[in-house]
Design a protein around this ligand. Structure first.
Ligand code: NAG
Ligand code: NAG
Ligand code: NAG
Ligand code: NAG
Ligand code: NAG
Ligand code: NAG
Length: 288
């Protein structure tokens, strides 16, 4: 009788273990923010998926997030790699704003990564072209229409936001000069692109979250790979060349059923990670 009870409690413990074995979650921040800004997101994950090992990475202080994105990729990769090695069942990655571009760099260049869900939280995945407070602060004497003079130079490319500045009126210059986004997108020929695509496609889900009231990501559809044409009319992802030509795997993910778009109105840029409705609707189910 005693023995039977023991066995059953053992079974119960095992069932419990299986239930709470959520994969570790790694969170990467964006421009001018730090790990402290993710306290709410951390709390939402704790509440919905107790026992999850959440790491909010914080390698850069607010101004260091202006460093070139390849440099950030290098730094964050060093921090992420040991976590992946400790996580035989894989990890999930949540990347906010500019951090979403850093994460694409990591996922493209790290051949052995084991990321299951890559959650891109209001990231300018197709680039940025808009006048924002960030821009005014960084380049007070420039506006969106003339920033290409700075960004599409060797000096400009040493500043993170120029790495994904995408001026629809100067596409040639963008393709020739962007040392980050144009390379990652395989818009400019790159000997590593086949390997990068294979690496990127190791993810099991790509979740693209964004919305019309964001106010910073411009156009907001860039968070879901839509972007301006030469007339500043937004062309959605599925009509973009990078998608149609499957330059880096987007169309493959879509064909596999592993590309998820989640759009939410009423969320300003700095609230994406603190909004419980966003978490419940767009994030929670991908963190198992
Ligand atoms: C989440 O849970 C961990 C472990 O129980 C705890 O150390 C941490 O303070 C919690 N964080 C938040 C933001 O709730
Ligand atoms: C959480 O993950 C970190 C990084 O892999 C590891 O150092 C730490 O021991 C883990 N914590 C728990 C409670 O498993
Ligand atoms: C881009 O590079 C190509 C090839 O090197 C060159 O022919 C073209 O003039 C360049 N365009 C611009 C706008 O710099
Ligand atoms: C291609 O990969 C190699 C080895 O990882 C690296 O040294 C080189 O800089 C990469 N090329 C580009 C264009 O990024
Ligand atoms: C942009 O507008 C011009 C003038 O109206 C038009 O000729 C051109 O076809 C448009 N370009 C695109 C990509 O729609
Ligand atoms: C949270 O998200 C909901 C749903 O999109 C939105 O209606 C609400 O305004 C948001 N709240 C904040 C504080 O951003």
């Amino acid at each position: 009788m005693m023995k039977g009870a023991c066995v059953w409690s053992l079974v119960a413990v095992c069932v419990l273990c299986v239930c709470v074995a959520y994969k570790p979650v790694i969170i990467i921040h964006g421009l001018f923010d730090t790990s402290a800004d993710f306290i709410n997101l951390h709390r939402f994950i704790n509440l919905s998926h107790p026992g999850t090992n959440v790491t909010v990475l914080d390698l850069f202080d607010r101004s260091a997030s202006l460093q070139p994105l390849w440099k950030q990729v290098e730094g964050f990769t060093k921090a992420i790699y040991p976590i992946m090695q400790n996580s035989a069942d894989g990890v999930h990655l949540i990347c906010y704003s500019q951090g979403g571009l850093v994460c694409r760099g990591i996922l493209s260049t790290l051949p052995e990564h084991n990321v299951h869900s890559f959650i891109s939280l209001s990231s300018p995945q197709a680039g940025q072209y808009g006048d924002t407070d960030y821009l005014k602060y960084l380049f007070p004497q420039f506006v969106k229409s003339n920033l290409y003079h700075v960004c599409y130079t060797a000096v400009g490319q040493k500043i993170s936001i120029c790495n994904y500045w995408n001026d629809p009126h100067h596409r040639d210059m963008y393709i020739n000069s962007s040392d980050y986004l144009a390379l990652l997108n395989n818009e400019r020929a790159n000997p590593n692109s086949t390997a990068w695509k294979q690496n990127f496609l190791r993810i099991e889900k790509l979740v693209l979250i964004g919305g019309a009231d964001d106010g910073v990501i411009t156009p907001w559809q860039s968070s879901q790979f839509g972007f301006y044409d030469e007339n500043e009319t937004v062309v959605e992802m599925k009509n973009q060349k990078v998608f149609l030509m499957d330059f880096f795997g987007l169309k493959t993910l879509y064909a596999r059923g592993d590309l998820v778009l989640c759009s939410m109105a009423g969320v300003a840029h700095v609230f994406w990670h603190s909004n419980e409705t966003v978490y419940k609707t767009c994030i929670e189910k991908w963190l198992t």
